[in-house]
Write a protein that binds this ligand. Structure first.
Ligand SMILES: [Fe+2]
Length: 386
């Protein structure tokens, strides 16, 4: 990954604190239901690894109980001895491995825990002040993981940094019928723009975000990073495998592609909660991006201002519409519907505190996850999926 240091000095500090304040304001609006110990047992299958210490025994128990197909969540306490065996545990409970969903990264860049070939990742590197909305992993594609195994190496402080859960069925049950029917009629068109690592504007923006120390606060990974490839034809093949039949190469080397989500797909509603997370409104996101790019341009006057304008346009567009695939065009979904879905999602979301050595296994087809904000930077959660 190459970053261009752009030397923005102190000019960005004010913007950084504005962004952090906005994150805090959004987080303050969100209150998830706290699962007491008893409710957690109802919501999920809970196991103490002292009773079933080996991977084989856990696998056996999950097969017998069918908990991952019924409850969709399994929590295993006191499992520190399994910390380095997450891929083996995943293999034991879910045989279908080897699917390359995106590459080494995702919408928000993911870092590997070990240098070895094993795909054990740190969970999202998004800035700790950001509340990551509820989502089924990679639900914006038509091929996505079925099982996710999380491991808590270091929890955040009590009451922070949880991985909140929402059952897909709870969201569908609670959504107003009129909204559901409207969305069911034509399904959702998810449009994704990924810039190119070769674009000078992209490199400058990456450098800016790094100097802002916001982590990957904005979903601004390049297609080369996300799909772990450099070749356009390789990417096109990958996109077809993920269900993206429509794609357009942009003049700046970036790509726009479109995935159609239909109601017979178990995770089809998930991208609605995730639709835009730089800001709550399109104008808010545009204004934030304009401020950022204006600072970038001050330090990098050689950058083409037309290209910058196009970048802001691409990034601030709402990436979700309703309709049939038709040359990257769909019918806008109203802010009202988006907010209603988001509110229902929040109301149906539950949380519990991570404990050191805790494992959580999710059926990604049945249960969404997110991330609460936290203040303790040492929080460390690992994840494997297949
Ligand atoms: Fe996720």
């Amino acid at each position: 990954m190459s970053f261009q240091r752009i030397g923005i000095g102190n000019a960005h500090l004010e913007l950084k604190s504005t962004i952090e304040e906005q994150c805090q304001q959004r987080a303050n609006q969100i209150h998830y239901v706290h699962l007491s110990q008893i409710a957690l047992n109802e919501y999920a299958m809970c196991i103490d690894a002292k009773d079933v210490p080996s991977i084989e025994e856990i696998g056996q128990l999950l097969k017998q109980s069918n908990a991952l197909e019924t409850k969709g969540v399994v929590v295993i306490k006191s499992a520190s001895h399994l910390a380095t065996q997450l891929p083996d545990l995943l293999k034991e409970i879910y045989q279908e491995t080897g699917q390359d969903f995106e590459g080494n990264a995702s919408r928000t860049l993911r870092k590997k825990v070990y240098k070895s070939a094993q795909n054990v990742f740190h969970t999202t590197q998004l800035h700790h002040a950001i509340t990551l909305p509820q989502h089924n992993e990679a639900a914006y594609h038509n091929a996505y993981p079925k099982i996710m195994v999380f491991y808590c190496k270091t929890p955040a402080s009590k009451g922070e940094g949880a991985t909140p859960l929402t059952k897909n069925n709870d969201l569908v049950r609670k959504l107003p019928k009129a909204i559901l029917e409207q969305l069911q009629e034509k399904g959702l068109l998810y449009r994704r723009y990924l810039p190119s690592q070769t674009s000078p504007v992209t490199q400058a923006f990456h450098g800016f975000i790094q100097e802002l120390a916001l982590g990957t606060a904005f979903p601004y990974a390049s297609w080369q990073q996300v799909f772990d490839c450099e070749n356009r034809h390789v990417l096109e093949d990958k996109l077809k495998n993920l269900g993206a039949k429509q794609y357009t190469w942009m003049p700046n080397g970036g790509i726009c592609y479109e995935v159609h989500k239909l109601p017979d797909d178990p995770v089809w509603l998930s991208p609605l909660g995730f639709y835009r997370f730089g800001s709550d409104t399109e104008s808010g996101l545009r204004s934030l991006l304009e401020q950022m790019f204006s600072l970038i341009q001050q330090s990098c006057p050689h950058l083409d201002s037309d290209e910058i304008k196009q970048e802001v346009d691409q990034l601030s567009q709402l990436n979700l519409t309703s309709g049939w695939p038709c040359d990257l065009v769909g019918v806008p979904i109203s802010e009202g519907i988006l907010q209603q879905v988001r509110r229902t999602m929040i109301d149906q979301t539950v949380r519990f505190d991570w404990e050191e050595g805790m494992i959580m296994i999710l059926n990604n087809h049945l249960v969404m996850h997110g991330r609460e904000q936290f203040r303790t930077p040492e929080r460390e959660i690992h994840v494997v999926f297949a």
